[in-house]
Design a protein around this ligand. Structure first.
Ligand code: FUB
Length: 335
């Protein structure tokens, strides 16, 4: 009995401590005490978990400083206000992945595998990269969405190929993963207009077969988010308003959120429209989930106190469907 008590005490100690706070609308944490970007929602036991990176750039710095991921948790999410628990620093690139450098805790996502475990897909920078693109995607695993996360593929990243693209050499970021009803899993990722996808093996870490390259999503820039409703697959993404092929209005250098649909997780994807207009930060990044019968679109803005393009904060709105269309469309969300 004593050893059971000790084990229970150790397990409790391993769980990160959260701080409870009351939100009064968007952004969820609006006082500027802790910025949060690139939200990736997850639902466990009817509770909404929002994974986000932490923006730490000082007000005068025009670049990302991101060293850790954090989690916001609410059992009764309400965009006009409600109670949240904030878990800062649930994972850091170089503490989870021995092969990764500190920093670049960019857009990550946690999904629950068929075995019940939680998998964190994370873009990080590889210490000994031989590619021109030092960014690489790793996967870590935990028994709880809050961690602690352990590298599930300690030999290195699961995606790190160097694919030349005009004007940039960053490609291996912004992973989104979806586990289908038949148990098969898929990963999509990319930025600067390149969107690629693979099927994942049952270890959730090995890619299977050949790459899918997606070029049919109008104005795709980055931040893909794959999900399914009914028999339709949806891909949300940030469309770049500065591009010649942008669906965003009005014209601005900020991104908007658009989406496409497919009848298979590997596409082909058909562009359907814009669901979230430009926000106050230049980047836009979204994810969507259903909690207790209500869908939500989670994204970030620069609207918190002292916020900015590199000091972003997570916000969310109800997402509504137009089931008179086939496949069902997502209704535009007014920001
Ligand atoms: O947060 C860093 C980068 O900004 C993300 O990877 C992009 O999606 C954009 O939100």
């Amino acid at each position: 009995a004593f050893s059971t008590l000790v084990l229970h005490a150790l397990a409790t100690l391993a769980q990160p401590r959260g701080t409870t706070f009351q939100s009064i609308g968007n952004p969820i944490l609006a006082d500027g005490s802790y910025y949060s970007a690139d939200p990736a929602p997850l639902v466990v036991n009817n509770t909404l978990y929002i994974l986000a990176g932490r923006d730490e750039a000082p007000p005068d710095q025009n670049n990302f400083i991101m060293n850790e991921w954090q989690m916001f948790v609410s059992a009764s999410p309400n965009p006009t206000g409600g109670q949240w628990t904030h878990y800062p620093g649930i994972a850091r690139p170089n503490s989870v992945f021995a092969w990764a450098l500190q920093g670049t805790a960019y857009a990550a996502q946690i999904v629950q595998g068929r075995n019940g475990k939680f998998y964190l897909y994370a873009p990080v920078t590889e210490a000994n990269s031989r590619n021109s693109d030092r960014f690489a995607i790793g996967v870590a695993v935990a028994d709880s969405p809050l961690g602690p996360y352990k590298d599930a593929h300690p030999s290195g990243p699961i995606l790190s190929q160097s694919v030349p693209a005009p004007g940039n050499n960053i490609q291996n970021i912004d992973p989104t993963v979806f586990v289908d009803d038949d148990g098969k899993a898929y990963v999509y990722y990319g930025t600067f207009g390149q969107l690629r996808g693979y099927e994942l093996a049952s270890d959730m870490a090995t890619t299977v077969g050949s790459v899918t390259t997606v070029s049919s999503l109008t104005g795709f820039f980055e931040a893909p988010w794959i999900m399914k409703r009914g028999s339709t697959y949806y891909m949300l993404y940030a469309a770049n308003n500065a591009g010649p092929n942008s669906p965003c209005t009005p014209t601005s250098s900020h991104a908007c959120i658009a989406y496409g649909t497919a009848s298979s997780p590997r596409g082909p994807w058909t562009f359907r429209g814009v669901i979230l207009g430009i926000v106050s930060s230049t980047t836009s990044h979204s994810g969507a989930v259903e909690v207790n019968g209500q869908w939500y679109l989670v994204y970030h803005t620069a609207d918190a106190q002292g916020g900015g393009h590199f000091r972003r904060s997570v916000a969310f709105d109800e997402l509504r469907w137009d089931d008179t269309q086939s496949p069902p469309h997502i209704n535009r969300i007014t920001q």
